[in-house]
Design a protein around this ligand. Structure first.
Ligand SMILES: [Zn+2]
Length: 187
């Protein structure tokens, strides 16, 4: 009776152990290495992996996937929080199947599209790529509606009145710039 009971205890594997096992397996450990580490035969390890690794292939932790694909971790977190990818939750880790990992690049490309030109946005750019950001800053006024333009002009005139010295500085700087480029062109 006691023997059976003890055998049962030894044979039971806690979810935390399974999680650790999967993680170690994803790091590339062999069945034999895992067996030594967890004090089980490599056949028992194989059985446990077969039972718990539902992807058939390897499950990768979120940070591993990000590193492997070369994306910032936040990009994956955002996909997951937006419900675009649904990795498995196992003992404090988000685990991605090989199939999910293979889908991520196209999902990221879609998610990170520049809203103006469609090229991918690097980290830190929330709507537009760096080129479009610059262009939009430079051509800010052109994109305004007539009402917004009128409002903008009103503010600009008020600012010039309130800051006459700064306005003079800007004007003479622009004047020098234009003269310099004019001279450059005629040479
Ligand atoms: Zn762009």
């Amino acid at each position: 009776m006691k023997r059976t009971f003890q055998y049962g205890v030894n044979n039971r594997v806690s979810p935390a152990t399974i999680e650790l096992l999967l993680r170690e397996r994803n790091k590339g450990k062999t069945l034999r290495q895992l067996g030594q580490r967890f004090g089980k035969s490599h056949e028992r390890i194989r059985q446990l992996l077969a039972k718990h690794d539902r992807s058939q292939g390897t499950l990768l932790a979120e940070s591993t996937v990000a590193a492997k694909l070369g994306y910032p971790l936040e990009w994956l977190i955002k996909l997951r929080k937006d419900g675009i990818v649904n990795p498995m939750r196992q003992g404090g880790l988000w685990l991605y199947s090989e199939e999910q990992v293979s889908q991520i690049p196209s999902l990221i490309a879609e998610e990170r599209k520049c809203q103006q030109c469609g090229k991918p946005r690097p980290p830190g750019f929330h709507k537009f790529c760096p080129e479009c950001c610059q262009y939009r800053k430079k051509h800010y006024y052109e994109r305004l509606s007539p009402e917004e333009k009128a409002e903008h002009n009103k503010k600009a005139i008020a600012w010039r009145k309130a800051n006459p010295e700064r306005w003079n500085e800007i004007q003479s700087r622009e004047y020098r710039k234009r003269r310099a480029s004019h001279r450059g062109n005629s040479q």
